[in-house]
Design a protein around this ligand. Structure first.
Ligand code: FE2
Ligand code: FE2
Length: 348
């Protein structure tokens, strides 16, 4: 049975919402590509593509066409891509003809034709995903949070978040996958974690009066400082060599310690904020060398984990086709998520 090809180019989020049995076209940037073999020994390319609205994963089987239209000369004839060119498509803009198929009850995307496009006409920067929250709003929420701190901590935060470091912080992704893996993702995640941590701190300071709200804010704003160097947009989010072999927690602690020394931050404040940075993943098996041991570190680690989990829930469930309320299996969170639709019948 043939299905009508969607004449409009679909964004990744719209393509992800299609039911099985649809054909579509799209222009995306390749964010990952890997040759794999299925259980029957058939080889295929596992490809992920992105645009400003998110990421889409697809399979490309051996009968697909790989076309090269990257030559800007209008007279040039399109060619075909060699395997070495296919394997180095990451960061390049492609046009695809896609089709959705049902695979064990889940919608799977297959690309039948992949065309490498001319980057003068299709600039990679136009297809890079970024935060849906405007940067001016994130900036103003970030500044408000700094403004709530005690004078010494406020001055230190303004010293850290300044010049090229602030510029890099505002544009960085918070990850290469799983959560806030897009431009401006780090500031979006940081503001969200800090606002959540502040709400918790405001609640608990009545119960535990020694809780230092300025330290909670500073620790939360600085907790992922190392991601500035650990990740890069090139043009899709990518882990750097430093990120891979040092990790953002160690990088962040080293950068923070150096900056605290340069700014002359009081040693007791420096140790407390350093502890929040080192312990913010909450468990040693998640990369923290020490476990949260202060009120402030416990709050920041909880807010960071909650922000990650809620993002995963929304990411997994927001683009589900109408009528579907249970997400595909989420490997990062080791579960399927549920977005109740009101007409879900628990007995079924
Ligand atoms: Fe982190
Ligand atoms: Fe984080």
């Amino acid at each position: 049975m043939t299905t009508p090809v969607q004449s409009k180019l679909l964004k990744t989020s719209d393509a992800r919402a299609l039911p099985a049995g649809e054909s579509y076209k799209g222009i995306y940037i390749v964010s990952g590509i890997q040759k794999k073999t299925d259980k029957n020994g058939k080889t295929f390319w596992d490809i992920s593509v992105s645009d400003e609205r998110g990421t889409l994963n697809a399979k490309v089987w051996s009968d697909a066409g790989w076309v090269d239209r990257s030559n800007p000369d209008p007279e040039s004839k399109p060619g075909f891509l060699a395997e070495s060119e296919i394997s180095s498509l990451r960061g390049h803009v492609v046009g695809v003809n896609g089709k959705t198929v049902d695979f064990r009850g889940q919608v799977q995307h297959n690309f039948n034709t992949i065309t490498l496009l001319d980057e003068e006409k299709f600039s990679p920067s136009n297809y890079v995903a970024h935060s849906e929250i405007p940067l001016e709003i994130l900036d103003s929420r970030f500044d408000d949070l700094i403004g709530k701190c005690s004078p010494e901590i406020r001055d230190f935060l303004r010293f850290v978040f300044d010049g090229p470091r602030l510029k890099a912080f505002r544009s960085a992704p918070a990850a290469v996958a799983n959560h806030h893996a897009y431009a401006n993702g780090l500031i979006e995640h940081t503001v969200s974690v800090t606002e959540a941590a502040l709400a918790m701190a405001n609640h608990y300071r009545d119960i535990y009066p020694s809780l230092n709200v300025s330290l909670v804010i500073a620790g939360a704003l600085l907790h992922d400082l190392g991601k500035i160097s650990a990740y890069a947009m090139s043009p899709a989010p990518e882990i750097t060599v430093q990120g891979a072999v040092l990790d953002h927690i160690a990088i962040g602690f080293a950068d923070f310690s150096r900056l605290a020394g340069e700014a002359g931050l009081a040693p007791d404040i420096s140790t407390q904020i350093g502890h929040v940075i080192l312990s913010h993943h909450g468990q040693k098996e998640f990369g923290s060398p020490v476990l949260p041991a202060t009120l402030e570190a416990l709050i920041v680690a909880s807010a960071d984990e909650l922000d990650f989990r809620l993002f995963c829930w929304n990411d997994a469930t927001s683009d589900m086709p109408a009528g579907q309320s249970i997400s595909a299996f989420n490997f990062a969170m080791e579960r399927r998520f549920w977005r109740p639709r009101g007409d879900d019948d628990a007995s079924r």
